[in-house]
Design a protein around this ligand. Structure first.
Ligand code: GLY
Length: 371
């Protein structure tokens, strides 16, 4: 097992990465769960796959489990589920010193974390991420949120978990498409500030995705360590450091919005395309070489992810995609800071980007022939 400390001032916690952590969740949570009753929020799919394993382990450690089993998918991150889940926790008389467990992917982690952030002005919670994307990104760093009719993740809070348990065994039952979408966030850490890790991904990504356990542990632990370093430096995204984690997200979010946040483009798939676009746009501006940008596109494609937006079959133009970007949380007094690259592993925040020019770039990308 790898143990990665997240050194947030006053509230440090551990991310534990290994195989079999769900089966030993009772032992892993010793010292955190102070009462016999344990509230767990999950979704139907994760409950079907892991509910019994988790319950058996907690029972063996003297706990009884109260389950809240929600529908899988983004619509669960709603005002309605937030209110209902908070009321459920209140009915269970959860106190501020108690822990709620979030067992699932990003949707469950974000919703449960936000419930914990507001319950009695903040109770404790433990993240038990079961998707690759949640293990390497959303479960670490304390961003919690719900979606509203105005957009995704527009209402939320920073609220750090007390512990994160990332069981690699959970990845074995993950559909390959979900695994690939999560892999985009792994590659992101290489592109942000770690060219050696990007090269590691080029060499080992395929075997890691195919199931090599040692490579998976390395990829998840290395990604978590990168995120922990950034979050410890800039917990509330005020200095610009944490904003680097949004690489690929502005382009990706516009594509997700244009496809209706539907199953036709998963979040990680949008991020993968967004990173290719960020690289190509950086090359177009002369900040990085075209060869490096195409190296990014090639690795995304080699990982089985879509690397060309022309293959999405969108009927919009670049201007329509840019209009989606205007709802981005990073909008600041009429300008939108972009994450661009000076090279692989050299991402930076650019506040000079002209949205009209981005629209022209996207017009070209929308008709670019796949190589
Ligand atoms: N997923 C981006 C962040 O946690 O800051």
């Amino acid at each position: 097992m790898a143990v990665i400390p997240v050194n947030i001032a006053q509230r440090p916690y551990e991310v534990r990465v290994g195989t079999g952590l769900l089966a030993e969740i009772g032992a892993q949570c010793r010292g955190f769960l102070r009462k016999p009753a344990v509230p767990i929020v999950t979704d139907v799919n994760v409950h079907a796959a892991w509910g019994q394993v988790v319950e058996d382990s907690l029972r063996a450690h003297g706990h009884s489990v109260h389950w809240r089993i929600l529908p899988a998918g983004e619509p669960t991150k709603s005002w309605e589920e937030l209110a209902a889940t908070v009321n459920w926790l209140l009915d269970l008389e959860v106190e501020r010193g108690d822990h709620v467990i979030a067992l699932g992917g990003g949707v469950i982690g974000d919703l449960t974390g936000f419930c914990a952030a507001v319950l009695k002005r903040g109770c404790k919670f433990i993240q038990v991420p079961t998707t690759l994307l949640a293990q390497v990104d959303s479960s670490v760093g304390g961003k919690t949120a719900i979606n509203t009719p105005a957009g995704k993740n527009l209402v939320g809070a920073f609220h750090q978990p007390s512990l994160v348990l990332a069981d690699l065994a959970a990845l074995e039952s993950l559909p390959p498409r979900e695994l690939g979408a999560g892999y985009a966030e792994v590659v992101k850490y290489g592109l942000i500030d770690d060219a050696d890790f990007f090269a590691w991904c080029e060499t080992n990504g395929a075997a890691m995705l195919a199931g090599d356990e040692a490579l998976r542990e390395y990829a998840v632990a290395h990604s978590v360590a990168a995120k922990a370093r950034i979050v410890a430096e800039d917990e509330f995204e005020t200095t610009g450091k944490r904003a680097l984690l949004n690489l690929g997200h502005t382009f990706g979010h516009a594509l997700e919005a244009e496809t209706g946040f539907s199953a036709s483009l998963l979040h990680g798939e949008g991020v993968a395309l967004g990173m290719v676009l960020a690289a190509r746009y950086s090359a177009r501006l002369g900040h990085m070489s075209a060869a490096s940008a195409e190296r990014v596109a090639r690795h995304i494609a080699d990982a089985g992810l879509r690397a060309e937006i022309s293959t999405l079959g969108l009927s919009c133009d670049g201007g329509a995609l840019v209009r989606h970007m205007l709802h981005d949380k990073k909008m600041d007094a009429g300008t939108l800071p972009f994450l661009l690259m000076k090279g692989i592993g050299q991402t930076y925040l650019d506040k000079q980007v002209q949205l009209d020019d981005v629209a022209l770039f996207l017009d070209d990308e929308l008709v670019r022939a796949p190589s």
